[in-house]
Design a protein around this ligand. Structure first.
Ligand SMILES: Nc1ncnc2c1ncn2[C@@H]1O[C@H](COP(=O)(O)OP(=O)(O)O)[C@@H](O)[C@H]1O
Ligand SMILES: [Mg+2]
Length: 351
């Protein structure tokens, strides 16, 4: 008898390559040696700039894009060679939503959602009540008979979410699902996906180039660049302590505090940026600094960012005093904060 190992990741991609042939016949490597594991129940993000290979990698999960090489495991089962009925059954377990919603424009909201239920041979007599239930879940109970053209972008995406969830999938893949929406509508979709993840225990894989969305929604993140996964970490660690240069630049677009253009760094000072996990946690560190070392501090700016609902404080300070005292103070900060960055007129000069 087959024994199922319970702690299998819901998705495991092993050394995936995807090659495309260009019009000139050249081979283009869209995904290169990509391996990752997604744990059941988490919201897993794949980020990176346009062309990094995110969509291609996501499409490999349900074999919409068969990999050139590598293996795809769902729940511990290798599905790479699944075809026909096996593949159809697999795809029913995986819902998908896209940037441009992909609704059928000549069909009502009800027909759009019913379409997926019919495709899965859902009992005919129960289709209507299931659609009503799904629309309630996404907050669109009054739109049953509306056509897509009568809906806002956010409402269209809610219909697409309802449709994707129609057959109770274990997994929802979202490809740039908020990239065509304004900030406020995006917030609404983020909240909805968070609720769905908690309520229905659906694992979510979300692809985006929007680091603002990553910061709020994801539990774990893989960063892609030129087809490769260059860094994987839990969201908080990735934002507070990125290691790959691509990750650093993606993260800085969200976390940076402006260094005043007119700032003159005097010879007897250091300009540093402090990162600290925890709200208001700076106060004792800053006061200890002036008590224990012969330095003066000037706080130039600061803010608290919420990464996956946990606070990360960022503070820009100048430290004045004898160089030896300044260096001791900086060492104290390195030992007592999450990260210290030394800055020289906007450019970094070491960690
Ligand atoms: N069907 C395809 N045929 C040829 N090249 C493709 C195809 N799909 C994607 N590509 C190329 O693969 C690379 C990765 O694309 P994609 O996965 O869409 O990146 P992303 O989603 O990160 O923007 C790009 O260079 C893109 O032009
Ligand atoms: Mg894409």
């Amino acid at each position: 008898m087959e024994t199922k190992i319970l702690d299998n990741p819901i998705i495991e991609l092993k050394d995936i390559d995807v090659y495309f042939k260009s019009a000139e016949g050249n081979s283009l490597k869209a995904v290169s040696h990509a391996s990752l594991k997604v744990t059941k129940g988490e919201i897993f993000g794949i980020v990176g700039s346009s062309g990094a290979g995110k969509s291609t990698l996501a499409r490999v999960i349900n074999l919409l894009q068969p990999p050139t090489s590598g293996r795809v495991l769902i729940d511990g089962f290798d599905i790479t060679d699944n075809r026909g009925n096996d593949l159809r059954a697999l795809r029913l377990r995986i819902g998908m939503i896209f940037q441009h919603f992909n609704l059928i424009s000549g069909s009502t909201v009800e027909e759009n959602i019913s379409f997926n239920l019919k495709a899965a041979s859902y009992p005919k007599s129960e289709i209507h009540s299931r659609v009503v239930e799904l629309l309630k879940l996404v907050g669109l109970s009054d739109k049953l008979k509306s056509y897509p053209s009568q809906l806002s972008g956010g409402q269209k995406q809610r219909v697409a979410i309802a449709r994707a969830l129609a057959n109770n999938p274990e997994l929802l893949i979202c490809d740039e699902a908020t990239s065509a929406l304004d900030t406020k509508t995006t917030e609404g979709i983020i909240t909805l996906l968070n609720d769905i993840n908690k309520k229905l225990k659906v694992t979510i894989v979300f692809i985006t180039h929007q680091m603002d969305v990553a910061k709020k929604l994801f539990n774990k993140i893989a960063v892609m660049d030129s087809g490769k996964i260059v860094e994987v970490n839990d969201t908080y660690s990735l934002f507070s302590n990125p290691s790959n240069p691509i990750t650093k630049s993606l993260v800085s677009s969200v976390l940076d505090i402006e260094i005043p253009e007119e700032l003159v760094i005097s010879k007897d000072s250091h300009l540093i940026k402090l990162f600290y996990a925890g709200e208001g946690a700076y106060n004792p560190i800053i006061s200890n600094l002036s008590k224990n070392f012969s330095v003066d501090l000037s706080i130039l700016s600061g803010k608290i960012e919420y990464i996956n609902k946990k606070p990360l404080g960022i503070l820009l300070v100048s430290i004045f005093g004898e160089e030896s005292e300044r260096l001791k103070a900086i060492q104290y900060l390195k030992d007592n904060t999450t990260k210290v960055e030394l800055i020289k007129k906007g450019e970094h000069y070491g960690k």
